[in-house]
Design a protein around this ligand. Structure first.
Ligand code: NAD
Length: 288
């Protein structure tokens, strides 16, 4: 008789909510201090999409910012906005001294690219690390805002006292928003990092080498028990919609039979990402 999945699952869960709450409390304290000086932190969100999940994200971020004492303005340019209109808006916000953080929301209108448009965001206000200059500075080991998700992965590992220095890390995914920056943040912390992607042959043979496996592919169930070394730490960045309106990661449930610890989806990287983003806004405001 095979045991039920509930019995077989034994990996420890690396939750993000407690860490997120503490980061948000720090950000709220900074925001209150700035407000008392007459300069409350302000985040500008630029959107150019009719995408419903993006609209949901903007509403929830606006609410979280408000709870933290960060003022928020949304510039909705419409899904047919041209690259010139978007970069013009980003440039205007970059020059506005009352705006401290700027986010360009994805998806973007067809034919435009985040990396190209985000070049118009002042790196000092680039709180989600979207300007290629921010990624370049990060790679060079210079101060820069990292994409909040990538920074959240590192914060979550450090919060749970996972050793990064000297260990073998495998990152699945090479996007400029998650895979690449997370690889460099961990490299900067003395991990030995391998990056995999959709053209990596025999993915499992590479991921099984990892002490820490960071998965950011956006493919539900891509990583299963056969991809994981016994006792490995698995960070599941993936967020995939389920037919019942829920959310699931890239890591299948059977991974829990092999891994030492896994971040849950939802409740792992997600809440920490929002908290890091808000903290980066207060940092940008404080640096003025
Ligand atoms: P993306 O589509 O830009 O990049 C996906 C990457 O995964 C690519 O580099 C691709 O080569 C790789 N990939 C795809 N299929 C693969 C396969 N079969 N084998 C190996 N590699 C494969 O996505 P992204 O923007 O980097 O986001 C990745 C995931 O993280 C998505 O699910 C996204 O929703 C999620 N995400 C979560 C947060 C959060 O806060 N939790 C934030 C941003 C993104």
């Amino acid at each position: 008789v095979s045991p039920s999945p509930a019995v077989r699952l034994y990996a420890k869960e690396l939750y993000g909510k407690e860490l997120a709450a503490s980061i948000r409390a720090d950000a709220a304290a900074s925001a209150a201090a700035l407000a008392s000086l007459g300069a409350p932190p302000r985040l500008a969100i630029v959107t150019a999409t009719a995408d419903e999940s993006s609209a949901w994200y903007v509403r929830s971020l606006t609410k979280a910012a408000g709870q933290t004492g960060i003022e928020c303005t949304v510039a909705d340019l419409g899904s047919s906005a041209s690259a010139e209109v978007i970069t013009g808006t980003l440039g205007r916000l970059s020059r506005d001294p009352a705006v401290h953080g700027i986010i360009l929301q994805t998806p973007l209108p067809e034919g435009t690219r985040l990396a190209e448009l985000a070049g118009a965001i002042d790196p000092a206000k680039d709180v989600d690390g979207a300007n290629p200059l921010s990624l370049g500075r990060l790679v060079a080991g210079l101060p820069a805002f990292a994409p909040a998700t990538a920074a959240a992965v590192v914060e979550l590992l450090e919060h749970h006292q996972v050793t990064i220095r000297g260990v073998r890390v495998v990152v699945v995914g090479r996007s400029a928003v998650v895979g690449k920056p997370v690889a460099h943040l961990l490299l900067n912390r003395d991990a030995t990092v391998t990056v995999c992607h959709s053209r990596t042959p025999d993915l499992a043979s590479v991921t099984r080498e990892a002490h820490i496996l960071v998965v950011a592919a956006g493919r539900a169930g891509l990583i299963g028990a056969g991809h994981i070394a016994p006792g490995a730490i698995v960070v599941d960045v993936g967020t995939n919609a389920t037919p019942d309106g829920g959310l699931t990661g890239d890591v299948a449930a059977d991974a829990g039979t092999v891994a030492g610890a896994i971040t849950p989806v939802p409740g792992g990287v997600g809440p920490v990402t929002t908290a890091v983003l808000l903290r980066q806004v207060t940092q940008a405001a404080g640096a003025d």
